[in-house]
Design a protein around this ligand. Sequence first.
Ligand SMILES: Cc1cc2nc3c(=O)[nH]c(=O)nc-3n(C[C@H](O)[C@H](O)[C@H](O)COP(=O)(O)OP(=O)(O)OC[C@H]3O[C@@H](n4cnc5c(N)ncnc54)[C@H](O)[C@@H]3O)c2cc1C
Length: 105
Amino acid sequence: MRFGPDVEWIDRVVYEVDEAKADQFYDAIRKFWPALPEGSLHADYSGIRPKLAGPGQPSRDFLIEGEEDHGVKGVVNLFGIESPGLTSCLAIADHVADLLGKYSA
Ligand SMILES: Cc1cc2nc3c(=O)[nH]c(=O)nc-3n(C[C@H](O)[C@H](O)[C@H](O)COP(=O)(O)OP(=O)(O)OC[C@H]3O[C@@H](n4cnc5c(N)ncnc54)[C@H](O)[C@@H]3O)c2cc1C
């Protein structure tokens, strides 16, 4: 079973996982699984998640930039496609297709 993820703001790229964070996970998981045995959790991987909003800032919407924004024909930048990016993927794809179709016309 897999739990998480959590978020940790960093100033440099590091992939080590602090095993001491397990305590926070035990506390959180035991809210819905009180009998979770001590010593049963093991650290998984970490990754770097680029964010459009920094610590303490309100989260912001996806940022999609086409030729009108950056001036490069045929290029669409998609920034900050975090949750609910998966749910939105078909709508995002339609929007990108519109942008590309618009520019190729
Ligand atoms: C824990 C978690 C839970 C989430 N839950 C939800 C949810 O419930 N509902 C929802 O709608 N969204 C959810 N999301 C958000 C959703 O997963 C993302 O919005 C979506 O996956 C973004 O799609 P993407 O194609 O832009 O990027 P990704 O899915 O990240 O795809 C990028 C791909 O590019 C590859 N790649 C990166 N660099 C290189 C390189 N240099 N060369 C080659 N390949 C490269 C990566 O390996 C990856 O396969 C969740 C995200 C996380 C992290």
